[in-house]
Design a protein around this ligand. Structure first.
Ligand SMILES: *[C@@H]1O[C@H](CO)[C@@H](O)[C@H](O)[C@H]1NC(C)=O
Ligand SMILES: *[C@@H]1O[C@H](CO)[C@@H](O)[C@H](O)[C@H]1NC(C)=O
Ligand SMILES: *[C@@H]1O[C@H](CO)[C@@H](O)[C@H](O)[C@H]1NC(C)=O
Ligand SMILES: *[C@@H]1O[C@H](CO)[C@@H](O)[C@H](O)[C@H]1NC(C)=O
Ligand SMILES: *[C@@H]1O[C@H](CO)[C@@H](O)[C@H](O)[C@H]1NC(C)=O
Length: 325
């Protein structure tokens, strides 16, 4: 496997969501009590958390993406809901509006009630050719604060300075955000794009996963250090490695018939953009499983809605610990 390509898919899948810490009551019967519920959710990252920013020329705007929810393709890289949808629900919020959707809408302010999603599919922490990277996403956010689209006083402020990878985290915190959730890297050695050719979707590549474990260790150390340097421990790790692994191993209450086999499988092995592709006569260049719930993965690199639900379910206890204490 081409290491460079793998590395870029790793960076691609770094994601980060953050929450303003203002306490405010919101109606509803949810997990997080209203008196400690964050006011808004802001999401930064890549295709794992994009809920509609990616350019419409991209593949996730096509059938069969979105067939489970909302019933049509609206750029979720899944048949339905993705992680921020579940986290928003946990917080008693609606999934925040995508930045691009807000820009092109005439409805304005009311749409901003739950925060905003700045994530773009195909993005990495570092320079990425065709999508706004993390730096640019935070620029968008900063501009909205400057324009008073979001008011800085809604966000609790505490400024820090930064180095290397932690620069994005510190920058967000410096803009006044009180709680910042950072996702660790998922076990990408389990992605169908790798397990298909190597083991007909039967085995994760543990050798590859061990490198990601190491990356996560470094990320943990960075976050710990940031927390030591900052008041109130604003940073929190969402452990995608453990939660993916538990879901894929069928350790939770949600079971998968085919944990590693994607529902939407391109005819051309390894074609990242193959799900949804048709030839000039409209013939499908992929096969679709009967029940998207049967697999943890939707396409060769993204979980299905049921996959994300299982990940969320594995994460729930630590989310509660973080938000309820
Ligand atoms: C979307 O992509 C097309 C083709 O790459 C490009 O021409 C267009 O400017 C892009 N639109 C946006 C909003 O980035
Ligand atoms: C992010 O993208 C911008 C614009 O393409 C680029 O100038 C910047 O260097 C990139 N940031 C990183 C950390 O690569
Ligand atoms: C952060 O603080 C250190 C000293 O505490 C300083 O040397 C450095 O220039 C600062 N960095 C930024 C980005 O402000
Ligand atoms: C990183 O931190 C998370 C959350 O505390 C933990 O679950 C995970 O095991 C740690 N990962 C590594 C590689 O140390
Ligand atoms: C793609 O593969 C499926 C299943 O093997 C097959 O039915 C279909 O005809 C193939 N599509 C094309 C255009 O070859």
């Amino acid at each position: 496997m081409d290491t460079q390509k793998l590395l870029s898919s790793v960076l691609c899948c770094f994601l980060l969501s953050m929450l303003s810490g203002r306490q405010q009551a919101v109606q509803g019967n949810h997990h997080v009590p209203s008196n400690i519920r964050p006011l808004k959710l802001f999401v930064f990252g890549d295709s794992y958390v994009d809920t509609g920013n990616t350019n419409k020329t991209q593949f996730a705007w096509k059938y069969p993406y979105g067939i489970t929810f909302p019933g049509k393709a609206v750029v979720r890289f899944s048949d339905g809901r993705v992680l921020p949808d579940y986290i928003a629900k946990f917080l008693g919020l609606e999934s925040p509006i995508p930045y691009e959707g807000w820009k092109s809408s005439s409805c304005g302010i009311p749409l901003l009630k739950y925060g905003m999603n700045f994530a773009y599919g195909g993005t990495g922490v570092f320079d990425t050719a065709f999508s706004p990277n993390m730096t640019v996403q935070i620029d968008f956010f900063e501009q909205l604060l400057k324009d008073n689209v979001f008011t800085a006083k809604d966000l609790e402020s505490s400024v820090m300075n930064a180095s290397a990878e932690s620069i994005n985290l510190k920058r967000i915190h410096g803009l006044g955000v009180k709680k910042i959730a950072v996702t660790g890297i998922a076990p990408f050695g389990c992605l169908p794009v790798l397990t298909g050719p190597a083991s007909s979707f039967r085995q994760c590549n543990e050798y590859y996963n061990s490198f990601l474990g190491f990356h996560n260790l470094l990320l943990n150390q960075t976050v710990e250090k940031l927390n030591v340097e900052t008041e109130d421990c604003p940073f929190f790790i969402i452990d995608l490695y453990a939660s993916f692994t538990s879901a894929i191993k069928n350790e939770g209450s949600i079971k998968f018939e085919n944990p590693l086999k994607p529902c939407c499988l391109p005819n051309v092995s390894g074609d990242y953009f193959g799900c949804g592709k048709v030839d000039e006569n409209g013939a499908k260049l992929y096969t679709l499983c009967e029940n998207p719930k049967s697999g943890f993965f939707w396409d060769i690199s993204h979980p299905s809605q049921e996959g994300w639900r299982a990940v969320y379910s594995a994460l729930q206890a630590t989310l509660e610990q973080y938000f309820l204490h």
